[in-house]
Design a protein around this ligand. Sequence first.
Ligand SMILES: Cc1cc2nc3c(=O)[nH]c(=O)nc-3n(C[C@H](O)[C@H](O)[C@H](O)COP(=O)(O)OP(=O)(O)OC[C@H]3O[C@@H](n4cnc5c(N)ncnc54)[C@H](O)[C@@H]3O)c2cc1C
Length: 431
Amino acid sequence: MLSELAAIVGASHVATDPDITAAHARDWTGRFVGTADVVVSPGTDEEVAAVAAACAAARTPMVPQGGNTSLVAGAVPEAGQVVVDLRRLQRLEVDPVARVAVAGAGVTIGALHRAAAEHGLRYAVDLASRDTATVGGTIATNAGGLRVVRHGMTRAQLLGIGAVLADGSRVEHRPGFVRDNTGYHLPSLLAGSEGTLALVTSAQLRLIPLMAGRVVALQGFPSIEAAVVAGTAAAADGRVEAVELMLRPGVELVCTVTGLAPPPAAAAYLLTESSSPDGLPDDALVALDPADVTRLWSYRERHAEAIATLGPTHKLDVTLPQPMLAEFLTAVPGVVAAAYPDAGVWLYGHVGDGNVHVNVTGVDSGDEELSDLVLRAVVDRRGTISSEHGVGRAKARWLHLVRSPAELALFHRIKAAFDPDGLLNPGVLSA
Ligand SMILES: Cc1cc2nc3c(=O)[nH]c(=O)nc-3n(C[C@H](O)[C@H](O)[C@H](O)COP(=O)(O)OP(=O)(O)OC[C@H]3O[C@@H](n4cnc5c(N)ncnc54)[C@H](O)[C@@H]3O)c2cc1C
């Protein structure tokens, strides 16, 4: 098997040395650690197909991996599985007239933004992991990020896709335009499939014009409820690009870890971005030039990094219906403290569309009861157990709380149609 893989991709692109494979065996949070016996890095679509065919012939399960920034253990391999690292797929072309990018699966979201910006364009999906997360990984997870409130999630940006199935066959559909009504929409189906249906090799992505200007405002509120009410109103304004909520303990932690100057004290903060300064409240900190924009965004974007300094983090990203948001945010620290009095609970999120990132530190990283407590508190309030990070291995046990038996049976039939031998990412999306 190893020599066959080496013959396909070249010996230097097959890794078995633990010094190299270790980084592919664990997730970004450090909470989930698996075993990466072999990491293979194909450099072309043809090589991906040949790798898949070789693994299929040997009945060896494959774990597709991009930037490995998954927060739900979506790309953590087990012994006997081959990690297929797709980062060498670096094709990147921008058609400024059609406003379409064709990007290889390994292109990072940051690189895509930079290439689009050369033509006065941008990609509508943006997230703090932009310089590591890949086009393939963000499609596989249907990543959301900072601008969903205005532009939708990754699925809404997909015009076409190139993919390799578990048996090594290639499937491509690249119309290059939105108006294409020719049956099942493969890009939509692969968006959010978390590497269980196919290896994404490339995509056609819709691009949009760069913002005319960027106006970022940071505003403090005396209560969570007041911030949520203001965030909901901001989200309804069609010009607003991002509406992010932070709470005082999280902002204080970010300032301690990063050395950023603390903003005026408040119980909760809203960070909003739009292209116009119209309608900004008098008491907001406002950034108009690029350095200040980056600085204000740092309060929000550096939360994950700051929390990670406290040890492996239990991350639960969820969505609540807007009327339940403030109540959930207020209640969840108590829900956790009742069972884990020493835990730290850090809450923030893309609140404009109901997203909350619940981060818990100081808890045994293997403890699943914590997930059970929080996810059931979400479902009790008619929310969903995954807002944007996906289900991965971390939440597979709880999928039945939000998807009916009939839906899950259909999931299995779709999986069987794409991957009848169950070779792609076993354990992900299915407990
Ligand atoms: C600091 C930080 C901030 C983040 N912010 C956000 C955010 O705002 N919004 C958000 O949605 N997520 C966020 N994430 C989570 C993460 O960045 C996303 O889930 C991202 O889409 C993962 O991309 P990746 O390339 O790292 O994929 P990986 O982590 O490598 O893989 C993710 C999943 O996709 C599969 N996969 C990867 N590549 C392919 C491929 N080519 N074909 C088929 N399957 C594949 C894997 O098997 C796995 O199931 C954040 C993560 C970090 C660390």
